[in-house]
Design a binder for this molecule. Sequence first.
Ligand code: ADP
Ligand code: MG
Length: 667
Amino acid sequence: MPHIEQLASHVADLIAAGEVVERPASVVKELVENAIDAGSSAVVVEIQRGGMGLIRVTDNGCGIAPGELPTAFLRHATSKLRTADDLAKIGTLGFRGEALAAISAVSRVDILTRQKGAGCGASLHLEGGVPGQVEEAGAPEGTTIAVRDLFYNTPARLKFMRKDSAETAAVAGLMQHLALSHPDISFKFIKDGAESLHTPGDGKLESAVYAALGRDFARGLVRVEGRGGDIAVSGFVTAPLMGRGSRSMQVFFVNGRFIKSQLLTAALEEGYRNQMMKGKFPGCVLNVTLPVTAVDVNVHPAKTQVKFAREREVFDAVYHTVLDCLDAKGAPVAAPKNAGQVVNPRQDFFQSMDAKTFREQGAKPAEKPVEKPPVRPAAPARPVWDTEWKSAARVADSQPQKPLGFRPLEKPAALGKAPVSVTERREAVPVRETPVKAEAPAVKEVPVKQEAPKRPFVPAIPAEQQKLDLPGQTTIEPPKEAPWRIAGEVLHTYIVCESEDGCVWLIDKHAAHERINFDRLKAAKEPVMRQTLLQPVAAELSREDGALLLENLELLEQFGFACEDFGDGAVLVREVPADIDAGDTVSTLEELAENLRSGKSLEEKRENLLHTMACKAAIKGGWTSDVSELKVLVEKVQSGEVKYCPHGRPVAVKLTKYELEKMFKRA
Ligand code: ADP
Ligand code: MG
């Protein structure tokens, strides 16, 4: 064993830098947070080559005294924290005193700064963390930091960097979050010379939402506001009918800090229980404000996770704010229940669940299965809870909430041109003249009728109409000698059949169809049949989703999507698979992005995509189906070809005559 020695400081710094500076977006985050902490009202961020070439952040904040410039770049040097006690009440975004040291250790840095009211500014150049001389310099009030050649001295790290486009998207996503968390600050983001985000900094969250997330998203939002004890919740959530295909548009801030939190996601989604279609997710921009002593931000180096001291109260606050505000809007809601029922009783939500478990279990917490809430009584029962509760929506019951129709922003004089949403550019999209594709038509086994249910139930079908020509099959289970008699359909979901041997079969039509689609897609014998959209759709997605899809264009192509980059995270879609509803294009893309994110290998991604596409193309429970459609499904189930849905759930259940007789006490 070699002997033990303390590492040289420059080596230790490089190791520490790895924790804080993972990629360009982490540099931008730290620099912008410093600008915010410095009290700036305008911040400009410029990047080149995804930030690998240049990251420059300019602010108009308090500036740094020339004498303190080199100190700012030392490890554990901060102006935001003095004593250990201060750690329990952190009110600034930064506090570790590590960022500037870490960034300068792995790049070439130039800083130019002038304190408010000072006659002259100062500049300093650092290379791999080694500072040059502080020089007097003319400078505007505030600070400009330019970071060049990131990771130039850590080749191992450089190797792991993704494509520039992915890094650009990560920075763009971050800029959205920063802009949303500080509507009072004007943010400008310029990538490779082109401005891509510009918020007015007028203090209105709706202006920031409009500029950062686009007009379409902003339009479908409901304002929410509520308070439970010392926890305040405010912001916007998606109207129940505007559910999205993934959780990527859920943006949470705790005391102004963007965070990812399963607890908050669960609380939000619980507020929509029974109001949002299965498989759809609400989007939101929600601020949770609570005393700084009630939240620990010091649990993660990148500070994107927090630990709440009183998890249940935070859950309550978000859940009831959302529920009450949607309720006030007049949407039908289930009776609210005590949040104690849905929060993990150990109150360690944060520790006890990783993202994968969470995804698999949906919004439900780990331990306690939540029973289905009862149908809402005429006079809705108010929740029983221990926190004192006052929701703005309840106070203002007389003012019904409306989805917001944000007006486009006025051109802010000092800030250049007003932000333009992708939607506004939509009209300008040239409709490409696509020659009709001469593709072998994929056999579409079941024509899907996509309309709201009209008939209360499908009447029993006379047996003579049910003569099915069964092809000769070898693996038969249950017996296929004679076709099952279709007795009808119940709940617009289950097909009721009778087999020759006197058994009753219930078939889940969606599950059965999903399986058929899955097998067909998996076999991939024919190219996917596509439809060219009359008007290309510009899908406004989160930056991460947009970038992910654009990185996987080829894979999407194989699944029948013709997409291209439309700038700013938007994806222009010209063709979609023939068997999905064109109106579902955006939510399908969001789901596909989620699939791509969760798949580790290409194979896994492909498998995930298969699942989504099979589900999307399937008849839905609740739709009215044609008898001919049902027949095909029954035939496949009877032949034993279809037994389980792609998720492993059974597609049919059997009731024997004996079982029925027992129920009726005949046997
Ligand atoms: P932290 O933000 O955790 O204190 P940093 O390494 O990010 O640590 O910054 C060190 C110090 O440098 C800060 O505490 C602050 O005093 C000063 N500083 C950094 N950036 C700026 C800025 N843009 N404007 C004014 N002061 C700054
Ligand atoms: Mg900092």
